[in-house]
Structures are given as C-alpha cells and as structure tokens.
Design a protein around this ligand. Structure first.
Ligand code: TMP
Length: 237
C-alpha cells in the first residue's frame, strides 16, 4: 500500500489517501500541543510510540468485539484505517479525578470513582471543546439519540476493557478521550488511544506516565511515553 495524496494535518497526525477507496494512511507526528494549541513542542519519537500503542490497543479492543477503524500497521509511525464520517463529539471516560474535572468540580486529584463517568464534549477548537450533555448533542444534530446511546455504551465497554488492559501493565487508567464515526450504519471507534489521549499513572507510585508530563513541564516526557509502550509489550505478548 502506498501513501497517496495528502488530505489533512491535525495537531498530532497527518492523513493521506491510499490507492484503495476509503482507506486512509494515518501518520503519527512527534508534535505536541496543550492548552488548546497555546503550548507547542515536540516529544521525541512520540509518533512511533503512539502508532504502536494505538495499534495494540485497537487490536485488543477489536478482539473483544469493539468495532474500530484500524486495518493494519504499515510503518513505525503509520497505520492504515477505514475512512469514517466522524461525529463532532469527544467522549471522555473518567475513573479517577484529574485535569479539567478537578477544576470544574473542586475535588481533589486522585479521588477514585466507583463507576466510570462518561462526558461528552463538542469538538470545536474555536470554542475550546465545551462540555455538553446528551440533549445538547441531539439539539445540535451531532448524532441521533440511538447514536448517542451507542457512543456512551461503547465508551463504558472500552473503559472496562482498557482498565484491565493497562492494569496488567501496572498502569492505572485515570481518564481518556475517544472519538467515534459512522461506517455505514455502524458506530465505530476512530482516532487514537495513546499517552496523548489517556492519563496513565503507575499503579504503585502514582507517577504520571502521559502527556501531563508535557502539559505540566514535569520533565521525563519521552521516557514516560517509552515506558508505557515497554510495559504494554512486556505484559501483552
Ligand atoms: P481533561 O481533564 O483535560 O478534560 O481531559 C480528560 C482526558 O481526555 C485526558 O486523558 C486527556 C484527554 N483529552 C484529549 O485527548 N484531548 C482533548 O482535547 C482533551 C480536552 C482531553
């Protein structure tokens, strides 16, 4: 399969066409942004880690019945994926209080929730991706009621699968973001699942091993990304 015409460049990935209709080449970059693009930098070899982490996570999810856009890995930072009609929604799942939730609700970081929390955000950079609820999503025509229900059910199922997957690597899945799209009538998981889009803490020390090291200038960013991949490889042959 060849990388074809350039289609789109996002903050962390470039998308190209391929010779096959509706199959796209997703290239993971080392570029990193935070605070809605205000903070910019690069994380060495992040694209390599993120392509392999996404490939491993999506293969695991697919083997447990979650439909994803992944086809195959074709380079160290390159995945082939199905084209999806993406919903203008971000689905965030939270197991432990961190990030924007701590600020919004005034609770302490690290509080563990008995049940995962599902949140919906409107995907709109100009508005800073505001938190919305099901009624907003429906009123704005972002998805049908059935699709919103499907997205939330898939979010919960992915959450319980990935909590176990990461815990086997001694990583606590604190929270993460998912994006879904339509493939025919089916709702399918797209985009990526990586240390850019998840908060992952060491199970024992609670050390942060994700993009918060970049967001909060904690140092050891590259090492944290490499450590996540190393643990996933070691725990899931
Ligand atoms: P938050 O605490 O900033 O709302 O983020 C929750 C989770 O979602 C965290 O793991 C980071 C991820 N996330 C993204 O991947 N992209 C985004 O644009 C945002 C806001 C969060």
């Amino acid at each position: 399969m060849q990388k074809g015409e350039f289609v789109y460049e996002g903050k962390a990935k470039r998308i190209y066409r391929t010779e096959q209709e509706n199959v796209f080449w997703m290239e993971f970059k080392d570029d990193a942004t935070a605070q809605n693009g205000l903070k910019r930098g690069t994380i060495g070899d992040k694209g390599i880690v993120n392509a392999e982490v996404t490939r491993r996570v999506f293969q695991y999810l697919q083997s447990h019945g979650i439909p994803t856009h992944l086809r195959e890995q074709v380079g160290e930072r390159d995945l082939l994926v199905d084209g999806l009609a993406m919903l203008k929604l971000e689905v965030v799942m939270r197991n432990v209080a961190a990030g924007s939730l701590v600020k919004r609700l005034g609770i302490e970081e690290g509080r563990t929730f008995a049940e995962g929390i599902v949140e919906l955000y409107l995907k709109d950079d100009d508005l800073g991706d505001p938190l919305i609820n099901d009624d907003h999503a429906l009123a704005l025509g972002l998805a049908t009621a059935e699709e919103i229900a499907a997205v939330k059910a898939l979010g919960r199922k992915v959450n319980s699968l990935l909590q176990a997957y990461f815990l086997a690597a001694d990583l606590v899945l604190v929270d993460f973001k998912l994006e879904f799209g339509r493939r025919g009538n089916e709702i399918v998981l797209g985009d990526e699942v990586t240390p850019d889009t998840c908060r992952l803490w060491d199970r024992e020390t609670r050390q942060k091993l994700d993009k918060d090291r970049f967001r909060q200038d904690l140092g050891g960013v590259e090492e944290a990304y490499q450590e996540v991949l190393r643990r996933l490889v070691a725990s899931h042959a």
